[in-house]
Design a binder for this molecule. Structure first.
Ligand SMILES: *[C@@H]1O[C@H](CO)[C@@H](O)[C@H](O)[C@H]1NC(C)=O
Ligand SMILES: *[C@@H]1O[C@H](CO)[C@@H](O)[C@H](O)[C@H]1NC(C)=O
Length: 257
């Protein structure tokens, strides 16, 4: 598994210079990713935050969208079988057990392209219902397309706090600014209107391990961490624009078993 992903990351890096998924599965070369320049979150502050694990090792973030489904990035799901992933909720700490739910089915967007990093969004159906509590709650999906500029949004995750670096034990968060979509599109040929970008000052931004995690504005999830130039180099971070996939998400997640 690790070997396959390792090869995949090398292929991607040699084809496309200067970009990195923010996933720790690709971290064999010590490219671990985490929020840079952030602060530790309060206990229960991000009740929708999920830590995705393989053999209890954190590799990506995710978010709770209802009692059966987790939203994440498609690149976080690549190479795993349906039942391989566990989703840990209800804790800010990687070393303190929250509630653990096993995956039953993983669904990457059918048009996900790892080469162009398009449609980098995926879903995990859990084996049983999540029990909600004060510290475990779903996040709202957007009803309208987000078009505010220089608007604050919150990113939370366990990505590395420096690059290269080790993932932090404690959930980090940072306030980022959503940038003009023209500027976002201008960042790279890979960016389309189904992405959303944030920028903060140099020394702040997403990093490895944040992949799949939620970008939230006004209590609504507007983005899923997709990729960027590691890490916090003053280049925009690129997210999958959740609104562009709202129908696809609801098509899967609103269904009763
Ligand atoms: C799925 O992946 C997990 C973790 O790598 C492994 O333990 C399990 O045996 C796999 N299951 C199947 C059906 O291949
Ligand atoms: C687009 O990028 C070019 C080159 O990096 C830059 O000169 C230009 O100002 C950018 N345009 C916008 C709208 O950001």
């Amino acid at each position: 598994m690790n070997v396959i992903l390792f090869i995949k990351s090398i292929v991607i890096c040699s084809l496309l210079d200067n970009f990195h998924y923010f996933s720790t599965v690709l971290a064999i070369e010590r490219i671990e990713q985490k929020i840079v320049g952030g602060l530790a979150a309060e206990d229960g502050q991000y009740p929708y935050q999920v830590s995705l694990r393989i053999n209890n090792r954190h590799f990506c973030g995710g978010s709770i969208i209802n009692n059966r489904w987790i939203l994440t990035a498609a690149h976080c799901l690549a190479g795993f079988n349906n039942t391989a992933i566990s989703a840990v909720v209800g804790t800010n700490y990687l070393d303190k057990s929250g509630s653990i739910y096993q995956s039953k089915r993983i669904i990457s967007h059918p048009k996900y392209s790892s080469l162009f990093i398009r449609n980098d969004i995926g879903l995990i159906e859990l084996e049983k219902d999540i029990e909600f509590s004060e510290k475990i709650q779903p996040i709202k999906l957007p009803d309208t397309n987000f078009d505010k500029i220089d608007y604050p949004a919150i990113l939370s995750g366990w990505g590395t706090t420096s690059y290269p670096g080790e993932p932090p034990n404690e959930l980090q968060h940072i306030k980022l600014s959503v940038i003009d979509q023209h500027e976002c599109l201008n960042t790279s040929f890979r960016v389309t209107n189904k992405n959303i970008c944030t920028l903060s000052k140099k020394g702040e931004g997403a990093c490895h391990g944040d992949s799949g995690g939620p970008l939230v504005a006004d209590q609504v999830q507007i983005g899923v961490v997709s990729w960027g130039t590691p890490c916090a180099k003053g280049k925009p971070d690129v997210f999958t624009r959740v609104f562009s996939y709202a129908d696809w998400i609801r098509g899967h997640c609103d269904k009763e078993d």
